[in-house]
Design a protein around this ligand. Structure first.
Ligand code: SF4
Length: 284
Protein backbone atom coordinates (compact mmCIF):
# COMPACT_ATOMS: atom_id res chain seq x y z
CA UNK A 1 0.00 0.00 0.00
CA UNK A 2 1.27 3.44 -0.90
CA UNK A 3 0.96 5.34 2.36
CA UNK A 4 0.96 8.64 0.49
CA UNK A 5 -2.42 7.76 -0.94
CA UNK A 6 -4.13 6.70 2.27
CA UNK A 7 -6.89 9.27 2.02
CA UNK A 8 -7.79 7.77 -1.35
CA UNK A 9 -8.00 4.29 0.15
CA UNK A 10 -10.26 4.68 3.15
CA UNK A 11 -13.64 6.26 3.76
CA UNK A 12 -15.71 6.60 6.90
CA UNK A 13 -19.24 5.31 7.35
CA UNK A 14 -21.15 6.10 10.50
CA UNK A 15 -24.58 4.47 10.29
CA UNK A 16 -25.51 5.78 13.74
CA UNK A 17 -24.18 8.24 16.28
CA UNK A 18 -23.94 8.20 20.05
CA UNK A 19 -22.84 5.57 22.53
CA UNK A 20 -22.96 4.61 26.19
CA UNK A 21 -19.77 4.30 28.22
CA UNK A 22 -19.04 0.77 29.40
CA UNK A 23 -15.44 0.57 30.55
CA UNK A 24 -12.47 2.68 31.70
CA UNK A 25 -11.32 3.32 28.15
CA UNK A 26 -14.55 5.21 27.53
CA UNK A 27 -13.93 7.85 30.20
CA UNK A 28 -12.85 10.55 27.75
CA UNK A 29 -14.53 9.07 24.69
CA UNK A 30 -13.66 10.92 21.49
CA UNK A 31 -17.31 10.87 20.39
CA UNK A 32 -18.31 12.87 23.45
CA UNK A 33 -15.33 15.18 23.00
CA UNK A 34 -16.13 15.81 19.37
CA UNK A 35 -19.78 16.48 20.10
CA UNK A 36 -18.80 18.97 22.76
CA UNK A 37 -16.29 20.66 20.49
CA UNK A 38 -18.86 21.10 17.75
CA UNK A 39 -21.45 22.37 20.24
CA UNK A 40 -23.86 19.52 19.64
CA UNK A 41 -27.09 19.89 21.61
CA UNK A 42 -27.74 16.16 21.41
CA UNK A 43 -26.78 13.99 24.34
CA UNK A 44 -23.81 11.89 23.13
CA UNK A 45 -25.10 8.88 25.04
CA UNK A 46 -28.26 8.80 22.94
CA UNK A 47 -27.90 6.69 19.83
CA UNK A 48 -29.62 7.87 16.67
CA UNK A 49 -29.58 6.66 13.10
CA UNK A 50 -27.63 8.89 10.71
CA UNK A 51 -28.82 10.20 7.36
CA UNK A 52 -25.84 8.42 5.80
CA UNK A 53 -27.05 5.08 7.13
CA UNK A 54 -27.12 3.46 3.69
CA UNK A 55 -23.98 5.15 2.34
CA UNK A 56 -22.29 1.93 1.15
CA UNK A 57 -25.12 1.19 -1.27
CA UNK A 58 -25.88 4.78 -2.29
CA UNK A 59 -25.46 5.42 -6.01
CA UNK A 60 -24.68 8.54 -7.96
CA UNK A 61 -26.67 9.86 -10.91
CA UNK A 62 -24.75 7.59 -13.27
CA UNK A 63 -25.78 4.51 -11.33
CA UNK A 64 -22.38 3.82 -9.78
CA UNK A 65 -21.82 3.38 -6.07
CA UNK A 66 -20.77 6.60 -4.37
CA UNK A 67 -18.09 4.63 -2.57
CA UNK A 68 -15.90 3.16 -5.30
CA UNK A 69 -14.75 -0.40 -5.33
CA UNK A 70 -11.64 -1.29 -3.35
CA UNK A 71 -12.08 1.12 -0.44
CA UNK A 72 -11.52 0.29 3.20
CA UNK A 73 -14.66 1.54 4.91
CA UNK A 74 -14.10 2.51 8.53
CA UNK A 75 -17.42 1.66 10.07
CA UNK A 76 -19.21 3.14 13.06
CA UNK A 77 -16.50 5.37 14.51
CA UNK A 78 -18.99 7.67 16.24
CA UNK A 79 -20.51 4.79 18.20
CA UNK A 80 -19.95 1.09 18.77
CA UNK A 81 -21.19 -1.26 16.04
CA UNK A 82 -22.42 -3.71 18.69
CA UNK A 83 -24.24 -1.18 20.85
CA UNK A 84 -27.56 -2.59 22.10
CA UNK A 85 -29.42 0.57 21.10
CA UNK A 86 -28.57 -0.21 17.47
CA UNK A 87 -29.69 -3.84 17.44
CA UNK A 88 -32.66 -3.19 15.17
CA UNK A 89 -30.46 -1.52 12.51
CA UNK A 90 -27.49 -3.91 12.43
CA UNK A 91 -28.99 -6.58 10.13
CA UNK A 92 -29.31 -3.98 7.42
CA UNK A 93 -25.65 -3.09 7.87
CA UNK A 94 -24.60 -6.72 7.50
CA UNK A 95 -26.68 -6.85 4.33
CA UNK A 96 -24.87 -3.79 2.93
CA UNK A 97 -21.52 -5.35 3.77
CA UNK A 98 -22.55 -8.43 1.85
CA UNK A 99 -23.63 -6.40 -1.16
CA UNK A 100 -20.37 -4.42 -1.13
CA UNK A 101 -18.07 -7.42 -1.11
CA UNK A 102 -15.78 -5.30 -3.31
CA UNK A 103 -14.88 -3.16 -0.26
CA UNK A 104 -13.41 -3.98 3.16
CA UNK A 105 -15.37 -2.96 6.25
CA UNK A 106 -13.50 -2.37 9.47
CA UNK A 107 -15.05 -1.71 12.87
CA UNK A 108 -13.72 -1.65 16.43
CA UNK A 109 -15.77 -2.72 19.40
CA UNK A 110 -15.68 -2.79 23.17
CA UNK A 111 -18.70 -5.10 23.07
CA UNK A 112 -17.22 -8.19 21.45
CA UNK A 113 -19.25 -10.26 23.95
CA UNK A 114 -22.37 -9.31 21.97
CA UNK A 115 -21.12 -10.31 18.55
CA UNK A 116 -22.08 -13.99 18.53
CA UNK A 117 -25.72 -13.27 19.27
CA UNK A 118 -26.00 -10.66 16.54
CA UNK A 119 -24.19 -12.26 13.62
CA UNK A 120 -26.16 -12.68 10.39
CA UNK A 121 -27.36 -16.21 9.50
CA UNK A 122 -24.92 -16.59 6.58
CA UNK A 123 -21.87 -15.44 8.54
CA UNK A 124 -20.44 -18.99 8.86
CA UNK A 125 -16.74 -18.50 9.58
CA UNK A 126 -16.92 -14.79 8.77
CA UNK A 127 -17.30 -12.49 5.80
CA UNK A 128 -14.10 -12.15 3.80
CA UNK A 129 -14.52 -8.38 3.66
CA UNK A 130 -15.08 -7.61 7.36
CA UNK A 131 -12.25 -6.83 9.77
CA UNK A 132 -13.14 -6.65 13.45
CA UNK A 133 -10.94 -4.93 16.00
CA UNK A 134 -11.35 -5.88 19.65
CA UNK A 135 -10.52 -2.88 21.81
CA UNK A 136 -8.74 -3.29 25.12
CA UNK A 137 -7.37 -0.67 27.48
CA UNK A 138 -6.20 -2.48 30.64
CA UNK A 139 -5.46 -5.99 31.89
CA UNK A 140 -8.94 -6.53 33.25
CA UNK A 141 -10.64 -5.79 29.93
CA UNK A 142 -8.01 -7.73 28.00
CA UNK A 143 -8.60 -10.81 30.16
CA UNK A 144 -12.35 -10.52 29.67
CA UNK A 145 -12.61 -9.63 26.00
CA UNK A 146 -9.74 -11.42 24.30
CA UNK A 147 -10.75 -15.03 25.16
CA UNK A 148 -14.19 -14.27 23.74
CA UNK A 149 -12.62 -12.65 20.68
CA UNK A 150 -10.40 -15.65 20.04
CA UNK A 151 -13.35 -18.02 20.23
CA UNK A 152 -15.34 -16.21 17.54
CA UNK A 153 -15.45 -17.02 13.83
CA UNK A 154 -14.01 -13.87 12.26
CA UNK A 155 -11.94 -13.84 9.06
CA UNK A 156 -9.87 -10.80 9.98
CA UNK A 157 -9.07 -10.01 13.61
CA UNK A 158 -7.09 -7.14 15.06
CA UNK A 159 -6.51 -6.02 18.63
CA UNK A 160 -6.67 -2.31 19.40
CA UNK A 161 -4.89 -1.51 22.67
CA UNK A 162 -6.04 2.07 23.00
CA UNK A 163 -6.21 4.20 24.97
CA UNK A 164 -3.52 2.17 26.69
CA UNK A 165 -3.96 2.84 30.41
CA UNK A 166 -1.49 0.46 32.00
CA UNK A 167 1.09 -2.20 31.35
CA UNK A 168 -0.74 -5.22 29.98
CA UNK A 169 0.15 -8.78 29.12
CA UNK A 170 -1.69 -10.40 26.24
CA UNK A 171 0.84 -12.95 25.07
CA UNK A 172 -1.51 -15.84 25.87
CA UNK A 173 -4.10 -14.37 23.52
CA UNK A 174 -1.81 -13.83 20.56
CA UNK A 175 -2.32 -16.60 18.05
CA UNK A 176 -2.04 -16.66 14.28
CA UNK A 177 -5.63 -15.47 13.85
CA UNK A 178 -4.59 -12.00 15.05
CA UNK A 179 -3.50 -9.99 12.04
CA UNK A 180 -2.36 -6.87 13.86
CA UNK A 181 -2.04 -5.33 17.30
CA UNK A 182 -2.37 -1.56 17.15
CA UNK A 183 -1.40 0.46 20.21
CA UNK A 184 -1.86 4.09 21.18
CA UNK A 185 -2.24 6.56 24.00
CA UNK A 186 -5.20 8.75 24.79
CA UNK A 187 -5.91 12.08 23.11
CA UNK A 188 -7.68 15.12 24.44
CA UNK A 189 -7.37 17.71 27.14
CA UNK A 190 -7.74 15.30 30.04
CA UNK A 191 -5.86 12.39 28.52
CA UNK A 192 -4.42 9.87 30.95
CA UNK A 193 -0.70 9.33 30.49
CA UNK A 194 0.68 6.54 28.39
CA UNK A 195 4.09 5.14 29.22
CA UNK A 196 6.48 4.19 26.44
CA UNK A 197 7.59 1.17 28.48
CA UNK A 198 4.06 -0.24 28.17
CA UNK A 199 4.21 0.20 24.40
CA UNK A 200 7.57 -1.56 24.19
CA UNK A 201 6.30 -4.36 26.38
CA UNK A 202 3.37 -5.03 24.05
CA UNK A 203 5.68 -4.82 21.06
CA UNK A 204 7.94 -7.45 22.56
CA UNK A 205 4.98 -9.76 23.17
CA UNK A 206 3.93 -9.36 19.53
CA UNK A 207 7.41 -10.02 18.18
CA UNK A 208 7.69 -13.14 20.31
CA UNK A 209 4.51 -14.43 18.65
CA UNK A 210 5.34 -12.97 15.24
CA UNK A 211 2.23 -10.79 15.21
CA UNK A 212 2.34 -7.47 13.32
CA UNK A 213 2.57 -4.55 15.70
CA UNK A 214 1.61 -0.95 15.05
CA UNK A 215 2.31 2.01 17.35
CA UNK A 216 -0.26 4.38 15.87
CA UNK A 217 -0.17 7.37 18.20
CA UNK A 218 1.46 8.59 21.40
CA UNK A 219 -1.61 10.23 22.92
CA UNK A 220 -1.53 13.68 24.50
CA UNK A 221 0.43 12.86 27.67
CA UNK A 222 3.32 10.57 26.99
CA UNK A 223 5.95 9.31 29.42
CA UNK A 224 9.34 8.35 28.13
CA UNK A 225 12.36 7.81 30.36
CA UNK A 226 10.30 9.04 33.34
CA UNK A 227 9.66 12.38 31.67
CA UNK A 228 6.14 13.52 30.79
CA UNK A 229 5.68 15.03 27.35
CA UNK A 230 2.58 16.99 26.39
CA UNK A 231 2.06 16.31 22.72
CA UNK A 232 -0.27 18.28 20.50
CA UNK A 233 -2.74 16.26 18.56
CA UNK A 234 -1.16 16.97 15.20
CA UNK A 235 2.13 15.44 16.35
CA UNK A 236 0.80 12.34 18.13
CA UNK A 237 0.92 10.18 15.04
CA UNK A 238 4.20 11.53 13.66
CA UNK A 239 5.91 11.11 17.04
CA UNK A 240 4.75 7.50 17.16
CA UNK A 241 6.10 6.97 13.64
CA UNK A 242 9.36 8.53 14.68
CA UNK A 243 9.78 5.84 17.30
CA UNK A 244 10.14 3.48 14.33
CA UNK A 245 9.09 0.40 16.27
CA UNK A 246 6.37 -1.06 14.04
CA UNK A 247 6.76 -4.72 13.27
CA UNK A 248 5.66 -6.39 10.04
CA UNK A 249 3.02 -3.77 9.36
CA UNK A 250 1.87 -4.09 5.80
CA UNK A 251 1.17 -7.81 5.84
CA UNK A 252 -2.45 -6.83 6.03
CA UNK A 253 -3.12 -3.34 4.81
CA UNK A 254 -4.71 -1.44 7.63
CA UNK A 255 -3.83 2.20 7.22
CA UNK A 256 -2.60 3.42 10.57
CA UNK A 257 -2.98 7.01 9.49
CA UNK A 258 -6.66 6.42 9.01
CA UNK A 259 -6.98 4.80 12.42
CA UNK A 260 -5.15 7.64 14.01
CA UNK A 261 -7.24 10.33 12.37
CA UNK A 262 -10.48 8.60 13.16
CA UNK A 263 -9.60 7.75 16.74
CA UNK A 264 -8.11 11.05 17.79
CA UNK A 265 -11.36 12.95 17.72
CA UNK A 266 -11.30 16.67 17.49
CA UNK A 267 -10.60 17.85 20.99
CA UNK A 268 -8.10 20.71 20.76
CA UNK A 269 -5.27 20.79 23.20
CA UNK A 270 -5.42 23.54 25.76
CA UNK A 271 -3.24 26.44 24.77
CA UNK A 272 -2.77 27.27 28.43
CA UNK A 273 -1.13 23.93 29.10
CA UNK A 274 2.62 24.13 29.18
CA UNK A 275 3.91 22.73 25.90
CA UNK A 276 6.44 19.95 26.36
CA UNK A 277 6.54 18.52 22.89
CA UNK A 278 10.07 17.70 21.85
CA UNK A 279 10.84 16.61 18.35
CA UNK A 280 13.97 14.82 19.41
CA UNK A 281 12.06 12.76 21.95
CA UNK A 282 13.47 9.55 20.45
CA UNK A 283 17.05 10.69 20.36
CA UNK A 284 17.96 10.58 24.03
S1 SF4 B 1 -17.74 5.00 21.25
FE1 SF4 B 1 -16.28 3.55 22.14
S2 SF4 B 1 -15.13 4.77 23.64
FE2 SF4 B 1 -17.00 5.90 23.17
S3 SF4 B 1 -18.48 5.29 24.74
FE3 SF4 B 1 -18.77 3.95 22.95
S4 SF4 B 1 -17.53 2.15 23.38
FE4 SF4 B 1 -16.83 3.78 24.74
Amino acid sequence: MNKNNLSEIYVGWNPWHGCTKISPGCKYCYVYRQDEMYGSVTNSSLCSKNAAFDLPVKKNRWGSYKIPSGKIIFTCFTSDFLLADADEWRDECWRMMRIRSDCMFYFFTKRIDRLKEYLPPDWNDGYDNVIIGCTIENQDRADYRLPIFLSLPIKHKTIIAAPLLENIFISDYLDSSIEEVSVGGESGMYARPCNYDWILNLREQCIQKDIPFNFHQTGANFIKDKRLYRIKRRYQKSQAQKANINYKIGKFSIPEAALSNLMQGGCPDSESFRELTLFDMWED
